[in-house]
Design a protein around this ligand. Structure first.
Ligand SMILES: [Zn+2]
Length: 285
């Protein structure tokens, strides 16, 4: 059965639900009113996954995108890029593969600014790269970016001039429109933004401010996608970081799951990162 559902999932790396102290959490108060309003509607998800230590990216993302508790499977939280054993789980269980098996079209919206993504060294392949290459066989590249058929990881392309990009910078609203355009052509469209985690690790107040300012303009526009019938907007994260300027490291805070539009209520009862994939699959049945 095809219920015609279309989903945009924006993954924001290192975004937790922090304290109400404006000195350490730039997201509280009214500095970013649109982003604040969106996050105020979020369901808090546990990112600790029943495993000691601070939550980390490889296991957190693998859990978020497979529905398998990867931290428990490996016995610890694993940072950075997934190790070989975790890649096997990602290839077998990822959301793209699961959706394709039930006849749904999927895409990863991020642009890869390289000629052959299959040549990325295995130790530098992120969770999303592993799942895109294994389930979809390809990722979007330079050509798609220049045609507005992909979104750069930094949204505005401002980091790309050092990498040989000689095109225009774009405003966050334009990038949001590109993402919405792609999402209209697929059942499930994923976009990954990781500069939040970088800014949190840098513990640089100006950089954190700029990063959140970009999201303040980008995310509410992407969220308008959910105003149409049978459209769902999701925002999720893997662990906390940027919401606490008192530390260079990740936090053990819960992470926000924002769901807007059709079936949003199905996501409001979820409890951990591992619950997201089953809820997405359930939305299509
Ligand atoms: Zn990190």
């Amino acid at each position: 059965m095809d219920n015609g559902l279309k989903i945009i999932f924006v993954f924001v790396d290192g975004l937790g639900i922090g304290s109400s102290d404006p000195a350490t959490n730039l997201l509280c108060g009214d500095r970013f009113p649109n982003l604040g309003k969106m996050l105020a509607s979020a369901t808090p998800l546990d990112a600790r996954l029943g495993v000691d230590g601070l939550p980390q990216s490889a296991t957190g993302q693998a859990t978020l995108f497979t529905g398998v508790n990867a931290a428990r499977e490996l016995g610890r939280h694993v940072e950075g890029f997934p190790p070989a054993r975790l890649k096997e789980t990602i290839r077998r269980e990822n959301i793209f593969s699961k959706l394709r098996k039930i006849g749904k079209s999927c895409t990863f919206a991020n642009a890869y600014w390289i000629d052959d993504p299959h040549r990325i060294p295995p130790r530098r392949q992120s969770v999303t790269t592993v799942m895109s290459l294994s389930a979809l066989g390809k990722v979007r590249g330079k050509k798609e970016l220049m045609e507005g058929k992909a979104v750069n990881h930094d949204i505005t392309r401002h980091t790309m001039h050092t990498r040989g990009y000689d095109g225009e910078l774009i405003v966050p609203e334009t990038a949001a429109n590109h993402l919405i355009g792609l999402a209209e052509e697929h059942n499930f469209t994923l976009f990954e933004y990781f500069l939040t985690d970088r800014a949190g690790h840098a513990r640089n107040r100006d950089l954190v401010f700029q990063t959140l300012e970009t999201l303040e303009r980008f995310l509410p526009r992407v969220g308008t996608f959910a105003e149409q019938p049978n459209h769902l907007f999701l925002l999720g994260s893997d662990h906390g970081n940027i919401e606490d300027l008192s530390t260079f490291s990740h936090t053990s805070n819960p992470v926000p799951l924002v769901a807007l539009g059709t079936f949003a209520e199905k996501f409001q009862t979820l409890e951990t990162l591992a619950d997201v994939v089953p809820a997405i699959l359930g939305s299509f049945s």
